[in-house]
Design a protein around this ligand. Structure first.
Ligand code: SAH
Length: 231
């Protein structure tokens, strides 16, 4: 079984985009995941394939209409498809590593990308799309948000990441930010790597890293630090 992402978008050419490179690109070549982008424009109405209209009740901009999205789903997604339906939305639940991990354990996702002022709420409710946000700021479209979501999921798929350990100590996996990382050379432009990392004492190194994690998290993300202390 490999993870399959189906994107519903007005800009299918944006996929796989950045996910065609590096870890995710290689993983796709190896068949560990795949992505299919369905062009909502094809399901637009009339000669001009209209997919949007003015907001009911007034206001600026345009809203994506329900019917082209419904037609795309009815034609491409079979009713037995159990993959979660996600709509990228600034009003959604903020994405976090727990959600990413949950998605990575599943069969894939059907992801609806908004444009303009958003999407007619009725189609979101009708198909039961779960709204997910990638942060408290507004993008011009759901496509870059979907790429962010998929990037975080794909790297957790089995055998995608180089070392199975590298995710364990990572930021957010244990509720803390990661400790600072160093590599060779031992001295760079007059700056030494922390002495302890050269000691070969794995216990002491682990302890130092944990202390660094705690310190960084306390300084930069006090709310995460408090949550960690309570747990
Ligand atoms: N008028 C809307 C914003 C529309 S932005 C509002 O104020 O809530 C257009 C589209 O970009 C959205 O439908 C959504 O799909 C996407 N988008 C924008 N910001 C996002 C975010 N922070 N997270 C996920 N998707 C986002």
């Amino acid at each position: 079984m490999s993870f399959k992402a189906t994107l519903l978008t007005l800009y299918p050419e944006m996929f796989p985009g950045t996910l065609g490179y590096s870890l995710a690109g290689k993983a796709a070549e190896e068949g560990r995941w795949s992505c299919e982008a369905i062009n909502l424009r094809k399901f637009g109405e009339g000669k001009h394939k209209k997919v949007d209209d003015t907001p009911t009740g007034g206001g600026a901009g345009l809203v994506m209409s329900a019917e082209p999205i419904a037609k795309a789903i009815d034609e491409h997604i079979c009713p037995e498809d159990m993959r979660p339906k996600i709509m990228m939305s600034p009003r959604g639940k903020p994405l976090n590593q727990a959600k990413v991990r949950e998605l990575a354990q599943g069969e894939g996702a059907i992801i609806l990308c908004g444009r303009f002022e958003g999407i007619d709420q009725r189609v979101i409710d009708h198909y039961g799309f779960e709204e997910i946000s990638i942060g408290d700021y507004v993008l011009s479209g759901g496509e870059p948000a979907a790429l962010v979501l998929l990037d975080s999921v794909v790297r957790l798929l089995p055998e995608v990441m180089g070392s199975p350990d590298s995710e364990v100590s990572e930021s957010f996996e244990n509720g803390l930010l990661e400790y600072p990382q160093y590599t060779k050379p031992r001295q760079w432009r007059g700056k030494d790597v922390p002495e302890i990392l050269l000691s070969g004492d794995h216990g002491a190194i682990e302890k130092w890293r944990h202390q660094q994690s705690l310190k960084l998290t306390k300084q930069r993300r006090p709310e995460l630090h408090n949550k960690f202390l309570k747990s």
